[in-house]
Design a protein. Structure first.
Length: 93
């Protein structure tokens, strides 16, 4: 939940600064935890579903910035988990 909230905040702010017309954002995080304590995350998949008129390049850059620079939760989880990131741009709801 922390990863979803942290990255969602970044994505919204970055896309606003890029003057993109986003109407809604869904962040879906899934993954697998280690079988033994401490049960750290070993894989994580983050999917951003952006609704509205958003350019691919703007979304790609926003995603790169949140995962590599701004989101402290992603920085911590990246220490133990293999992370995959992707997005879908959909029509406005």
């Amino acid at each position: 939940m922390a990863l979803g909230a942290c990255t969602a905040t970044d994505i919204v702010l970055i896309l606003q600064k890029k003057r993109q017309h986003m109407k809604a954002l869904e962040v879906i995080c899934s993954g697998e935890r280690a079988p033994e304590p401490p049960r750290v995350w070993v894989t994580l998949d983050v999917l951003f579903r952006v609704h509205g008129q958003v350019q691919d390049a703007a979304m790609q850059r926003a995603m790169e910035l949140t995962k590599e620079k701004y989101c402290s939760v992603a920085a911590m989880l990246n220490k133990t988990a293999q992370m995959t990131w992707h997005y879908e741009i959909l029509p406005a709801k």
